[in-house]
Design a protein around this ligand. Sequence first.
Ligand SMILES: [Zn+2]
Length: 303
Amino acid sequence: MWTSEEELTLREDLIQKVIACANEGDGTLTRSALGKFKYAGEEVRLIDPQGGIWNPRAPWGPGMEFTATLSINTTNSGKYEDQEMSGGLWRYDYQSGGSAGKNTKLRKAMEFQLPLLWFKQQENGKYIPYRVFIISDYPEEEYCLIAPERELASVARSESEIERRYAERIMKQRLHQPAFRAKVLAAYETKCAVCRINHGRLLDAAHIIPDSDESSTTSVTNGLSLCKIHHTAYDINIVGIDSEYRIHIRNDLMEEIDGPMLEHGFKGADNTELWLPRHVSAQPSPDLLSRRFLEFQAQAEVI
Ligand SMILES: [Zn+2]
């Protein structure tokens, strides 16, 4: 038999490795990859073959059975009413047929405050893995509420409106940012639009109109797949992109002499064309680029 601490340690490690594996690419995994995930020298099934709730038999031998559900998933089929609730929490419906059966172990995840994996299917059919907790349980109505963190979920119920809004904003970000990243990186074939580096762990989905701006959207046309250094450079207007998809590097950097990153990563990218998604509908909006490019030009004039 393993102890509850051992189970918690293994769960946390497994969850972290699943998320890291997804982030090697665009942040998603296929259902078939989730059926044979390589962990600790074994192929482990992480998702129920048909349903939503996965309670695996002891994958690492007798006595090492999970106390609670390991994963839940939400597909695009719309059969269940899983949906985002106010406060940034997500509703997850029990498997139909009451609070017993597979749902018993789901409810144990709340009782023992154990993290579990939630796989949320995206438009392209692949799944984003999230680490979640069951925050509240409604056995009579046959559903529970899930959130990325217990502490945040309790702040979401605070009496202070400021605290509630803060928690809601953070939880929404935690839910929506991976979905935006997945959409944008997939459109750009997991490459930086400026330097074309092809390593998911080095890439972000940048907003053209920043999400601090009220008119910002999570549409793929407001996104750019950028490596971490070009993302920061775009955010602080060292790199500008005009509405004809041409890259501009701020003049003072063009005059600097330095090592290979400045020479190739910046000066070499000046006046080249952006790497674009193949599908025109996923390409960045020229209107949004031109709005944002004004900021780059204004900054360049000051320097
Ligand atoms: Zn780059």
